[in-house]
Design a protein around this ligand. Structure first.
Ligand code: HEC
Ligand code: HEC
Ligand code: HEC
Ligand code: HEC
Ligand code: HEC
Length: 386
């Protein structure tokens, strides 16, 4: 073990969390978390790993101008691009390590604070090269946990604490209340001052009890490090429409209610943001009725936010207004009425789901991958009519 550590130190530079430390360095001691991160949209955020991001970028007017302004949130480790953009030079993505790691381990664990701006917020990164931020209730006042090895009385048992690779600052509030996510996930305004996407989080702020972390990074079994057994860790696959959406199912409830001229389906969103956020997404409610051996499908109901100009839908960079917004809002209890009389013993099958890419937009974006344009069931319930 000692030799291994020695090797690791010399290979990566003693405690040097330099300009950009590759997630592969962290993988050595945090393999479970690394494997989850590897499957996540965060690792896949670049044009090289996300075909949807690439398709939109290929149509974006900034591509011709050579300004990959998406780097700020999609590939924050590509310091070459970010430095060039800062100096108003042209910069387009090339397949380097910073691009391929997307939103990497240090992209989050080095965020000191979030600066608010109208265009989009900015992550302020720590200049302390030795420190990573994290949350642990029992150490909340410790701003510099260092590695310690204590020998027991007879020198037989070594008790270790801290990490031999990095120090840890447990005092950063944003790692407890989820606001660490708000540098990239709060909102994005286009050049016409329209918020093309927004989580409207100021209406339902994160709290320590319930926030982005508690829902999207639940505690799951498995140690967070190989150097000791912590039994659980925070899920780093970041469940969402693209990956493991089923982990979020419990935050949407579906109720059935008989009414005089038909019935109601009631959807309750417990999230503190609209259920779907990205302008490419479409949500959908599909209801079908089984009556004996007959099955009939009712007209599906769409949940969509359309942006555009002069009353017509446009790409995000052209849009000046929100034309329509029927997305299920934060904490909303949406009642959807169906005028259809039911018989005793009918079965009502309710599916709520989404399209990653609005099928209408897919054609314009030349996206033909069926997986991205197909209806994905998020949650399904069956109700027996009494
Ligand atoms: C302020 C931060 C920010 C900037 C700048 C930004 N994005 Fe994003 N982008 C995000 C976030 C956060 C998501 C995830 C949103 C979600 O899933 O609702 C996202 C998701 C996307 C998606 C959907 C990906 C998928 O797999 O479905 C596309 C497409 C996209 N961005 C395109 C772009 C392009 C093109 C640019 C640059 C012209 C850009 N973004 C700039 C934050 C940003
Ligand atoms: C999108 C942001 C983000 C990324 C990317 C990310 N983390 Fe985390 N990580 C967090 C947050 C936030 C917490 C704190 C959660 C808490 O304990 O409340 C955390 C917690 C942790 C913990 C400790 C607690 C636990 O129970 O799991 C470890 C260890 C960790 N991360 C390592 C990593 C490694 C290694 C990577 C890359 C493979 C990584 N993280 C990538 C945001 C991130
Ligand atoms: C040589 C092994 C080693 C390497 C390499 C390493 N870590 Fe750790 N890390 C640990 C150990 C051990 C702990 C637990 C410390 C403790 O319990 O006191 C830890 C703790 C953490 C925590 C805080 C856990 C908590 O309790 O909230 C985070 C976050 C973290 N590491 C992230 C990273 C990231 C990101 C990298 C890569 C830049 C990395 N680590 C590289 C061994 C390592
Ligand atoms: C109470 C639980 C809960 C909380 C708190 C929560 N979310 Fe969500 N989030 C959800 C659910 C449920 C979905 C819908 C997933 C789906 O339909 O596939 C979702 C979806 C998302 C998506 C994907 C949206 C899209 O259109 O692609 C992103 C990104 C996201 N959440 C980020 C966040 C951030 C950032 C925060 C903190 C401000 C947060 N969430 C807080 C439950 C929660
Ligand atoms: C450095 C910017 C950045 C930070 C910080 C960040 N994200 Fe993201 N996140 C993104 C981008 C960019 C995407 C979209 C990637 C893509 O699909 O191309 C994304 C996608 C997601 C998704 C969608 C996953 C899916 O399956 O579609 C979820 C959920 C999410 N992030 C949650 C979080 C949470 C929770 C935090 C805070 C702990 C966080 N993010 C912090 C940039 C960030």
């Amino acid at each position: 073990m000692k030799f291994l550590l020695f090797l690791l130190f010399t290979l990566s530079g003693l405690n040097a969390l330099d300009e950009f430390t590759s997630s592969q360095v962290c993988q050595k001691c945090h393999p479970v978390i690394y494997n989850e991160y590897y499957q996540s949209q965060h690792r896949k955020a670049s044009i090289f790993s996300d075909p949807v991001h690439k398709a939109v970028w290929d149509k974006h007017p900034f591509k011709k101008k050579g300004i990959y302004e998406c780097a700020k949130c999609h590939t924050p480790n590509d310091k070459v691009i970010l430095t060039k953009l800062k100096n108003h030079e042209k910069a387009l993505p090339v397949k380097n390590r910073g691009q391929l790691e997307g939103v990497s381990c240090v992209s989050c664990h080095n965020i000191k604070s979030i600066q608010k701006h109208s265009q989009s917020n900015v992550n302020i990164i720590t200049t302390n090269k030795h420190i990573l931020y994290s949350a642990r209730e029992s150490e909340k006042s410790n701003n510099d946990k260092k590695y310690k090895m204590q020998k027991s009385l007879f020198g037989f048992v070594n008790k270790e604490s801290g990490s031999p690779y990095h120090d840890i600052d447990f005092t950063n509030e944003i790692f407890y209340n989820g606001n660490v996510c708000m540098g990239c996930h709060s909102h994005k305004e286009n050049s016409h001052k329209l918020q093309v996407c927004t989580s409207k989080i100021s209406e339902h702020p994160n709290t320590e009890k319930e926030n982005c972390i508690t829902c999207h990074m639940p505690k799951v079994p498995g140690s967070f490090t190989t150097l000791r057994d912590t039994h659980t860790h925070r899920f780093h696959g970041f469940s969402g429409p693209n990956h493991k959406a089923s982990m979020l199912r419990k935050y949407l409830s579906i109720e059935f209610q008989k009414a005089t001229d038909g019935f109601n389906i009631i959807l309750k969103n417990s999230a503190n943001h609209p259920l779907l956020l990205h302008p490419l997404r479409v949500g959908m409610l599909k209801v079908s009725i089984e009556s004996g051996s007959k099955k009939s499908n009712l007209k599906p109901v769409k949940f969509i936010r359309i942006i555009g100009k002069n009353g017509h839908p446009t790409p995000p960079w052209v849009a000046t207004e929100v034309l329509k917004d029927t997305q299920i809002q934060a904490k909303e209890r949406r009642i959807i009425h169906f005028k259809r009389t039911l018989e005793a013993h009918d079965k009502v099958i309710v599916q709520v789901g989404e399209f990653i890419v609005n099928p209408k937009m897919a054609k314009k974006l030349n996206i033909s991958n069926n997986n991205l344009t197909a209806f994905r069931i998020f949650k399904e319930e069956r109700f027996d009519v009494k």
